[in-house]
Structures are given as structure tokens and as C-alpha cells.
Ligand binder design. Structure first.
Ligand code: AMP
Length: 271
């Protein structure tokens, strides 16, 4: 595994390859990231993983500061996975140049997480656009856990005629049902149990509303979630994941999207 901190040295190296399979991360490597990396390795191209906690996508300074970081542990795991390249850029390496393409921000960026985290998706698309320009990856592996992010990146790539192909990867979960996430390391045992109970409650709710949509009663559901131990609910909404139209009846295929807090830890998922 070769480690790069500077884009020029990285670019020199990847020019020699037949193409790159790219797995962008913010570190805190977990089973979700590992599954993306394993899929990337199947592509037969060289796998490049990046670790960059992008300050521009955090709307709260404290959230950026408390975001779990553990480079030493990450390095150990990535070495074991035998990835080809690891890129850990500095802020200047990413933001010290003007990208050729402008970010395309689809209007769906104003919904769900975009409503509650002002500037979040502008920050995500900004950094992804820059990574794409530096690396020019053939494939980019993204997780469905962050479905809205995945959808918006796909829209940007299409609109800007970028040749990278997005590979959508299934959400990997802990044994207790909760989606693997770097932020889970901030949860204590009791809080993990709360997150698990909420996950199973929402799975059950989805099954019920599939049969009878009139059971989707927001006030009652929010109260139940608070009773289960959630501190605050940001959103809980159903969307058709093909076109991101809100669903009104049950004969459509939909995902239930949710974001909530346990104390000050924000968790997002979709089922
Ligand atoms: P992050 O480090 O949280 O920015 O995530 C980096 C990539 O890993 C993104 O494409 C995420 O969607 C993906 N990812 C995060 N958690 C999971 C998970 N539990 N299962 C699958 N992919 C995930």
C-alpha cells in the first residue's frame, strides 16, 4: 500500500495504471467501508482509498471536531486489505486549486439532510468534484446508506458529463441491525441498544405501512421514537428511490429515510 499526501505525486503514480477504482472515505474505517473496498478490488483496477474529513460539509464546528478519527487503526486495516493506494490529502491539497467543472447541485439537495444541515451537500459535492478531477477514477464506490448523497453525486456526474461510473453498494449492518457508521464509535452500550430498538421499530413500521399507508401517522411515530430513547427526530420520510418522488400510496417501491439524534450523536439510515 503506497501512501500519498500530495496530489502531484499521486497523479504521477496513477498515470502508470490502467485506471483507478476509487473509494472515498472520511476514515474511521468500519465494515461498511471494507465492503466497498472488497467490491472495488474485484474491478481488477488499482484500488485507491482516500481519507479526508472534509470540513466544508460540516455545518457545526463541534460536529467536525468530534468526528471520530483514528488514522493509526485505519492504516492497519487498510494494509491488511492490501489496497494499492491510500490518499490522505491536506486541506490545501484539495482546496488550493480551482476545479475545471462547476458543481451541479440538484434541487433534491434541499430535502432530507439538506433541510437540516445547511451547506452540507454543497460541501460534499465540492470535495467529490475535486477528488474526481485529481484522480479521474474509472469507478467510484459509494454506499446506499447515504442514499441522498449517492443520488446527488450521480446527478452531478451525469450533468457534467464526467466519465466515472458510480457503483452503488449495499448497506452493511451490525448484528444488532444498526447501519455501520464511523459515528457509532461515539455511542455507548446503552445508546447502541436504543439505536437497535429504533431500527427494528422502523423495519416493523415499514412492513405495516406497506400494507396500510394510513398507519403512517407522524405524531404517533415521533412519540414512539422519543419513548424508545431518541433525543430528537430530524426527519422520517418515504421516497420512491428511482425518482425521489414522495410516495403517497403503498403499491410503490419506497425506502423509509430517517435521521435522528441520541443525545448529540446524529444517525442517518434508510430501509
Ligand atoms: P464516510 O466515511 O462516512 O464518508 O463513508 C464513505 C463511504 O462509505 C460512503 O460512500 C458511504 O455511503 C459508505 N458507507 C458508510 N457506511 C456504510 C455502510 N454501513 N454500508 C455501506 N456503505 C457505507
Amino acid at each position: 500500500m503506497k501512501i500519498f499526501k500530495d496530489k502531484h505525486t499521486l497523479q504521477k503514480e496513477i498515470l502508470k495504471t490502467k485506471g483507478i477504482s476509487f473509494v472515498p472515505t472520511m476514515g474511521g474505517i468500519h465494515k461498511g467501508h471494507i465492503s466497498l473496498i472488497k467490491q472495488s478490488k474485484k474491478s481488477k483496477l488499482k484500488t485507491l482509498v482516500s481519507i479526508f474529513v472534509n470540513p466544508k460539509q460540516f455545518n457545526k464546528k463541534n460536529d467536525y471536531k468530534s468526528y471520530p478519527r483514528n488514522t493509526k487503526k485505519d492504516l492497519k486495516q487498510l494494509k491488511k486489505l492490501k489496497i494499492n493506494y491510500l490518499y490522505i490529502p491536506t486541506y490545501k491539497d484539495i482546496y488550493g486549486f480551482k476545479p475545471k467543472k462547476k458543481v451541479f447541485l440538484d434541487k433534491f439537495s434541499k430535502k432530507l439532510c439538506g433541510r437540516f444541515r445547511k451547506g452540507h451537500f454543497e460541501g460534499v459535492l465540492n470535495v467529490v468534484n475535486r477528488f474526481i478531477e485529481i484522480i479521474k477514477p474509472r469507478y467510484i464506490f459509494l454506499g446506499k446508506k447515504d442514499y441522498q448523497q449517492l443520488y446527488l453525486i450521480k446527478k452531478h456526474i451525469k450533468k457534467r458529463n464526467i466519465r466515472s461510473k458510480i457503483v452503488e453498494c449495499t448497506t452493511i449492518r451490525e448484528i444488532n441491525g444498526i447501519a455501520c457508521s464511523s459515528r457509532n464509535s461515539n455511542l455507548n452500550k446503552k445508546q447502541k441498544k436504543i439505536a437497535s430498538n429504533i431500527y427494528y421499530y422502523l423495519c416493523d413500521l415499514k412492513k405495516k405501512i406497506k400494507k396500510n399507508y394510513s398507519l403512517f401517522k407522524m405524531n404517533k411515530i415521533k412519540k414512539d421514537l422519543i419513548d424508545l430513547g431518541a433525543s430528537k427526530i430530524d426527519y422520517l420520510e418515504n421516497y420512491n428511490i428511482k425518482n425521489f418522488k414522495k410516495i403517497k400510496k403503498t403499491n410503490e417501491k419506497f425506502n423509509l429515510f430517517f435521521a435522528y439524534y441520541i443525545k448529540n450523536i446524529r444517525l442517518i439510515d434508510n430501509i
